[in-house]
Design a protein around this ligand. Structure first.
Ligand SMILES: *[C@@H]1O[C@H](CO)[C@@H](O)[C@H](O)[C@H]1NC(C)=O
Ligand SMILES: *[C@@H]1O[C@H](CO)[C@@H](O)[C@H](O)[C@H]1NC(C)=O
Ligand SMILES: *[C@@H]1O[C@H](CO)[C@@H](O)[C@H](O)[C@H]1NC(C)=O
Ligand SMILES: *[C@@H]1O[C@H](CO)[C@@H](O)[C@H](O)[C@H]1NC(C)=O
Ligand SMILES: *[C@@H]1O[C@H](CO)[C@@H](O)[C@H](O)[C@H]1NC(C)=O
Length: 489
């Protein structure tokens, strides 16, 4: 079965929009640096362990990827916040949120029609397009590698990444070719989402998010086995986890390699003060990208930390096992469901689940899965149509900044005195720690460890048949599209 509807939409709508000029107001950066922004592409060798995941950006040996980087270019001039204090040189122009043609190429066609996305095309970000860094000697700057959710787009967290760059960080958003709605390369090539990926999404939804899914059982043992077998069999989106993890680590490799081979390249300038290597590295992601970020940080010895915004583990590497690095894990009702917490068996061994002090699980009340993306800066009715919550968008902006800056600075870089309490006190009654001690208690109470997952223990095959609607009908219902898309972990 083929799912070409998305591609058809993209083609048929690309020519027909007249953009409104009424720009959305985006918040200004608060850090001490002026920021630049640059799109680039790179390739990586395909890892045979990824399995047969060829798509239009990948042949049997090479995978083509693009990314967007925000980086500090100079200190802000206290007299003129838009400019550099120690360089009179022209910085060029600020990047628009979407440059011409970009929304049509990267955002699902149904969403293109929303005035919010049209208006974003006219919105100026604060970052100067392709500007050269002027103060490299101020480094080393930590590197943050960000992955959006399944079917997302490279700009989905522009405001947050630009903000972090303004605090002296190199923040890169990586587009996973084939897994995002559309990936636009610097030379203009556009690669739409892959049919196989859409099918995997549909299977994921059918297997994980139904009433009869083993992962939704009230019996913890059934859930444990169900999750384990899902991962062992590489079902749903789990089969793409390694591809995304390899993409992320390859991006860090590319940055160092480019710096070493070309001192006048952007990364040569940004990493030059640290002998062309990354000094500190944090993998960050939302939804499916959040699950991948934690695994990338676990595997990449350069990584100090990971931040997972409401994404499921999706890999045996971090299932019933200790994560190597500290993790800030945000949770909403998407992953903390009525009956169960979708990450309940991840990042620590089940027998001691909840005891590792470097795993921070934060449930922000009233915040939803889609509230982690730039849609919080749009009009309230649009945000609601996308499944947004009731918490004020600018409050979320300020609060996430406090978590991100505190966690990165203190926990990842070892410089500062932030604790969860710092943010809890700053934003009272907004969040709580998720208690997963019931998992280790269950383990201790069970007579013997849960049996290894076997073919008789669950019915993944049966539930896969129960997904007639899935992404196709969602594509046809534009108002629920973003919520539906980003909800798939
Ligand atoms: C977006 O544009 C529409 C017109 O197309 C306008 O009515 C609306 O107020 C704009 N929204 C914002 C947040 O600027
Ligand atoms: C899972 O179980 C809970 C509690 O029994 C129920 O409310 C929910 O609808 C079920 N289905 C899904 C898809 O979570
Ligand atoms: C090094 O980087 C600069 C700036 O991006 C570029 O103009 C130049 O062609 C690169 N040199 C090589 C040998 O790739
Ligand atoms: C700089 O990096 C190179 C490898 O790229 C290494 O051989 C060299 O020892 C490093 N120098 C310092 C001072 O760390
Ligand atoms: C934490 O650091 C800030 C800024 O350096 C300082 O003002 C504050 O007193 C410190 N708090 C504690 C509890 O040490």
């Amino acid at each position: 079965m083929k799912f070409n509807i998305l591609g058809v939409f993209l083609l048929s709508t690309a020519v027909s929009f007249v953009w409104s000029q009424e720009a959305v107001q985006l918040p200004e950066t608060e850090g001490p640096y002026v920021t630049g922004v640059n799109d680039f592409e790179f390739t990586r060798p395909v890892d045979p362990q990824e399995g047969d995941l060829t798509d239009s950006g990948t042949d049997s040996q090479t995978r083509r990827l693009m990314a967007r980087v925000w980086y500090p270019i100079c200190r802000k001039d206290p007299m003129n916040e838009e400019g550099c204090s120690d360089a009179g040189s022209a910085l060029g122009r600020r990047r628009l949120y979407f440059e011409v043609g970009e929304a049509e190429a990267t955002v699902p066609a149904g969403l293109n029609a929303f005035s919010y996305f049209q208006n974003l095309s006219a919105a100026e970000t604060q970052s100067y397009l392709d500007a050269a860094p002027l103060l490299v000697e101020q480094g080393p700057f930590p590197v943050l590698i960000y992955s959006t959710g399944a079917t997302g787009w490279v700009s989905s967290n522009t405001v947050l990444l630009q903000e972090l760059a303004s605090h002296g960080m190199i923040a890169v958003s990586l587009a996973h070719t084939g897994g995002l709605t559309g990936v636009q390369f610097p030379n203009g090539d556009v690669i739409p989402i892959d049919d196989d990926y859409v099918e995997a999404l549909q299977e994921n939804n059918g297997l994980r998010s139904t009433d009869t899914a083993p992962m939704n059982s009230s019996d913890l043992g059934v859930r444990f086995e169900g999750e384990k077998q899902f991962l062992q069999d590489g079902r749903g989106l789990a089969k793409y986890n390694l591809q995304w993890v390899n993409d992320e680590i390859a991006l860090a490799n590319y940055m160092e390699e480019t710096a070493r081979t070309n001192s006048s390249s952007l990364f040569g300038q940004l990493l030059g003060s640290n002998n062309n290597s990354i000094s500190s590295l944090v993998y960050i992601g939302g939804s499916f990208g959040g699950g991948a970020a934690a695994v990338a940080a676990h595997k990449d010895p350069r990584a100090n930390c990971a931040i997972n915004m409401d994404g499921v583990g999706q890999s045996l590497d971090v299932f019933d096992a200790s994560l190597r690095v500290p993790l800030l894990l945000f949770v909403t009702s998407t992953t903390l469901k009525g009956n169960y917490f979708e990450n309940e068996f991840f990042y620590e061994p089940v027998q001691s689940m909840g005891s590792d002090p470097k795993i921070f699980r934060i449930k922000i009340s009233e915040m939803t899965h889609t509230d982690f993306y730039d849609v919080i800066y749009g009009p309230e009715d649009v945000r609601q149509a996308f499944g947004g919550g009731t918490l004020d968008g600018m409050l979320i902006h300020d609060m996430l900044q406090s978590y991100f800056l505190g966690f990165i600075t203190t926990t990842c870089l070892g410089d500062g005195n932030w604790t969860l309490e710092t943010t809890f006190q700053q934003f009272p009654n907004t969040a709580e720690v998720v208690d997963v001690s019931y998992v280790s208690e269950w383990w201790a109470a069970s007579e013997s460890p849960p049996p290894a997952a076997g073919p008789t223990s669950m019915s993944l095959e049966d539930s896969s048949a129960t997904t007639p609607t899935g992404i196709i009908s969602s594509l046809l219902t534009a108002t629920s599209l973003l919520a539906a898309l980003l909800t798939w972990e």
